[in-house]
Ligand binder design. Structure first.
Ligand code: ADP
Ligand code: MG
Ligand code: MG
Length: 933
């Protein structure tokens, strides 16, 4: 490899900085940055992500130079620290830590205290005059190394960890409860048993040479990039496999040398609700993982101020809290260790937070000038805004539950919102019940990364142990799950399948309700209610001034509007939907589907009459019945829009969808009765209209071309409604959209009708209104001949649902049988019906845009497929220069933020028609092209 493999951070020199996350991983880059700004960081070095990528590219083999470079780096670190690897008097011990570009907490492995063996352990004991500490460090090292590098792990979900089992046995023999109560002699014995466990389990002896240990650990970290939970995590958060992880090797500092030592994690602000309070926890006389693992219950950071021995460190931390926010421009989630009263910083990163905390922190920190408005926009997960719409407990039901004394316990409020459902105790069961459509609350003593699938499937998560930095709390923050962590009063028995608390026993499947905003746990079900945001914007039962959440949200959305260049519309066909969408920020309708109106009330009878009519006259009669209904619908929509544009699609679905099918004889009898005809007649029409592949049949503009009177009626309804509403003094902007056009001539035939009818209506009503006629681009031929079609179209709108189906030759409704397998095999990275396939479908869109605008440079182009509310697709629409995106009302805030992010990420409009590669919507994701096998 030509590039530098290793970067140093330390007193004598620091090669990297906080901007080098792609190369050094988030952990490595920020360790370098903290060192640079003078924070106390133990020295070390970072092996780059490029080495990991090369390791996978070459069939899990590291570049030849790595061993030599690593030896040099160790020499450097020995000089930095004044200690030596394998030295029996003053041994250098290191941690070997994974660190990807984006943090993936707990997903990959870390090994602490590397460098210990029987000889160096004795040396450490003598040098520190603390044998207990030395043996404790040694046993921890054996445990981590045995697990991560040598594979000594439990085999089933509910097994105990093999090392834990050995340790529990010894604790029993020693008659102690906490591991801190084990004496040096106990720990020495434990080391002996751990070594035996490793030998018995693997058939191999534990390596004693520190350099060998280091090599083993580095490769184990590389390998952990491809472990199941890391892969699952990356899928969920769309982190490309190609990124690889960096490896950090860092001199150890010790939080487990006595009562003047501690270790902890903290946030510069509360990541659950965003409050500006120092938030975190720590353990005295403990090492790193203990805090997260929930071995002992940690103390809150506020309590440190009262600790006589280490209170000075609390002061220092409080200062660092400010330094970090100032320097990193965001809330930081950091790790620290106090060794003999001296504070060391071990990690910092932008804190993961709930959507509630996100909007509050963005609001506060922008106002405090600690965060740039750009970062406030960029750092949010648009999808997570959904959390703000998540239900809370219904006030009445909640009060009732309290009065009935159903409150069982109170834990930490780790994920805001309310969840009520069946309690389950294993991830597997959670998945199983959720697949059946049940609401579930997963209750575990504590969660671990293996529970991730079950946690994803659950509505809420409840743990008996663990604090604010426990795995459960961490995942809840990130996934926006309702979560109560560390409800210490509850007792969970996995074997019996019960949850007990204050005399109440719940069995698997019983109802439980948790309030992640307050930490309360109730037995029984509690009804839920709308979130404040919904109450303000949708139900209008709450005033904006009474809702802080709304105010933070509103601040952020308005900020987003400053950056966004894409327009924002909604897919809606009812006035109330339109009103909601506008409240969320929509600037018009991008798709009004007229067929939905055909099903309401008894209009369907007229629709069926129209379909069954043999003569044109009968057809016209039926349509005349429909006309006033359609007109009224459009009037309602125009009023709701109050001058905003409405893109209305002419009838699109195949006609058989309006008739009861073959398997519905009863329905057919009913229709025959309604229409005063015979069942045979109805059945015959059903047969005639039957299609083998309805997706590609008699639908779209084909209907309007063969049955022009349908188009005529719809155009008339639209324009008469326009005239009526205009008379009321309300502006109208109808845009008539012809679906499924593949030939210019198709559009011409329809445009002609629309113009004729418009002129007739204007004449009859004496009202002049502006309108446009355009088309959907949703079959490949339409995109490929967009230059011709643009001659007749005043606008385009990409119907990406059909365009994806027809481009891929894949029916969305039938894709369930193979699409999941395709995703597993990575034939397709994301579901193309949820997120635009940029390379294929996207290329058709790009062609459509370029060709369309080659004819009409100012052609207005939008998107109205499902994809219009998907952040990555919104980004793509921005890149190819669309004018607006359109999505369902409740996704408008998501598209709004995503559009602002896209504008920040891609400030200039693209120039040439180059093929756009499948980029992930993460910063800088396009760089690495190597693939990991
Ligand atoms: P993760 O990415 O899972 O958080 P880390 O690499 O941060 O893993 O390490 C796990 C724990 O070990 C953390 O609590 C960290 O603070 C601690 N740790 C890592 N390196 C050192 C070190 N050099 N000295 C002391 N503690 C360390
Ligand atoms: Mg960490
Ligand atoms: Mg379509």
């Amino acid at each position: 490899m030509a590039n530098k493999l290793i970067y140093f951070f330390g007193k004598s020199k620091t090669d990297g900085n906080g901007d080098m996350k792609a190369l050094l991983g988030g952990k490595g880059a920020n360790l370098a940055q903290m060192t640079k700004i003078g924070l106390p960081v133990p020295s070390g070095f970072t092996i780059t992500t490029e080495v990991c990528v090369s390791y996978y590219k070459n069939g899990r083999k590291a570049p030849a130079e790595l061993a030599g470079e690593m030896e040099k780096a160790v020499k450097w670190l020995e000089k930095e620290t004044g200690k030596k690897f394998g030295d029996v008097k003053n041994p250098l011990l290191v941690s070997v830590r994974s660190g990807a570009r984006d943090s993936m907490p707990g997903m990959m492995d870390t090994i602490l205290n590397l460098g210990l063996n029987d000889a160096t352990c004795e040396g450490l004991a003598a040098a520190t005059n603390n044998p207990r500490f030395a043996w404790d460090s040694y046993r921890r090292f054996l445990q981590m190394y045995g697990d991560v590098v040598m594979g000594v792990q439990k085999k089933h979900e509910n097994d105990h960890e093999p090392f834990e089992e050995v340790m529990d046995q010894l604790k029993k023999e020693a008659k102690v409860k906490d591991d801190t109560e084990l004496s040096a002699e106990h720990l020495q014995e434990l080391v002996k048993r751990f070594k035996k466990l490793i030998k018995d389990f693997t058939g191999k002896a534990f390596p004693t040479d520190p350099i060998k240990q280091l090599e083993g650990a580095v490769f184990a970290v590389f390998s952990s990039w491809m472990n199941e939970r890391a892969i699952l995590y990356r899928q969920k958060y769309r982190i490309p496999d190609e990124w690889g992880t960096a490896v950090n090797v860092q001199a150890m500092v010790f939080g487990n040398m006595g009562d003047d030592c501690a270790t902890g994690v903290a946030f510069t602000r509360d990541p659950a609700n965003g409050e500006n309070v120092f938030y975190g926890e720590y353990l005295v006389n403990a090492q790193g993982e203990d805090v997260v693992a929930g071995v002992r219950t940690p103390l809150t950071i506020a309590e440190m101020a009262k600790d006589k021995i280490i209170s000075a460190a609390h002061k220092e931390l409080n200062e660092i809290r400010k330094t970090l926010e100032k320097n990193f421009g965001d809330v930081q989630d950091f790790e620290f260790t106090i060794e003999k009263k001296k504070l060391f910083m071990l990690q910092t990163r932008n804190g993961k937070r709930t959507a509630l905390a996100y909007v509050k922190i963005a609001h506060d920190m922008v106002k405090e000038k600690l965060m740039t408005p750009e970062h406030a926009i960029k750092s949010g997960d648009p999808e997570a805004l959904n959390q703000l719409l998540q239900p809370i407990f219904d006030v009445v039901a909640y009060e009732k539950a309290r009065k009935e004394g159903r409150l069982m316990a109170v834990g930490l409020p780790a994920g805001p919102g309310a969840a009520s459902g069946s309690v389950v105790f294993t991830a597997g069961k959670a998945e199983e019940l959720a697949a059946k459509g049940k609401s579930v609350v997963l209750a575990r003593i504590e969660t671990s990364p293996e529970d991730l699938r079950g946690m994803i499937a659950s509505d809420g998560i409840l743990t008996a142990r663990g604090g604010v930095s426990s795995h459960a709390a961490l995942v809840a923050r990130q996934m926006g799950k309702v979560c109560v962590a560390g409800a210490g009063d509850i007792e969970i028995d996995y074997h019996k399948g019960t949850l007990k608390c204050k005399g109440v026993t719940l069995k698997e499947g019983d109802h439980i309700s948790i309030n992640g905003t307050t930490g309360e746990v109730f037995h029984g079900a509690i009804a839920t209610a709308d979130s404040e945001l919904k109450q303000v914007l949708v139900n209008k039962t709450m005033k904006p001034k009474d809702s802080k959440v709304f105010q933070y949200y509103d601040f952020l959305m308005k900020l987003a509007d400053k950056y966004r260049t894409l327009g924002l519309r909604t897919n809606a066909d009812q006035p109330d939907q339109v009103v909601n969408a506008i409240a969320f920020g929509a600037e018009g309708i991008g798709l009004c589907r007229t067929e939905h109106m055909f099903f309401e009330g008894d209009r369907i009878i007229a629709v069926r009459q129209m379909i069954l009519a043999k003569e044109e006259d009968d057809r016209k009669k039926a349509l005349a019945t429909l006309l006033p209904y359609q007109q009224k619908d459009f009037e309602g929509i125009f009023r709701a829009l109050d001058g905003l544009p409405a893109c209305i699609r002419l009838l699109d679905p195949p006609l058989h969808e309006f008739l009861p099918q073959h398997d519905n004889k009863k329905g057919q009898e009913e229709v025959a009765k309604q229409l005063k005809t015979t069942v045979a007649e109805v059945a015959k029409m059903v047969s005639e209209l039957h299609e083998f592949n309805p997706m590609l049949g008699f639908r779209g503009c084909r209907l309007g071309i063969l049955r022009p009177e349908i188009t005529e009626m719809q155009a008339r309804a639209i324009f008469q409604a326009a005239a009526v509403v205009l008379k009321e003094g309300i502006k109208v902007k109808p845009e008539v959209m012809v679906p499924l056009v593949g030939f210019k001539k198709e559009l011409d035939l329809q445009v002609e009708i629309v113009h004729r009818v418009a002129a007739e209506v204007m004449k009859a009503t004496g009202k002049k209104f502006a309108y446009t006629v355009g088309t959907m681009i949703e079959v490949p031929r339409g995109a490929l001949t967009a230059d011709e079609i643009a001659e007749s179209a005043e606008f385009f709108s990409f119907g990406t649902n059909d365009l994806t189906q027809t481009c891929m030759g894949m029916s969305r409704d039938d894709s369930g049988s193979f699409l999941p397998a395709y995703q597993n095999l990575e034939i397709i990275k994301a579901n193309p019906f949820a997120s635009i396939d940029r390379t294929g479908v996207g290329q058709l869109m790009k062609i459509g845009v370029d060709k369309g605008r080659s004819t009409k440079p100012d052609l207005k182009i939008g998107i109205c497929g499902e994809h219009g509310g998907d952040p990555s697709s919104v980004e793509f629409c921005h890149i190819i220069g669309l004018n607006y995106v359109s999505c369902s009302p409740f996704r408008v805030p998501i598209a709004r933020l995503a559009a602002a992010q896209a504008a920040i990420r891609h400030p200039a409009k693209p120039v040439a028609a180059k093929v756009i590669k499948d980029t992930k919507s993460k910063t800088g994701a396009t760089k690495s092209k190597t693939s990991v096998k």
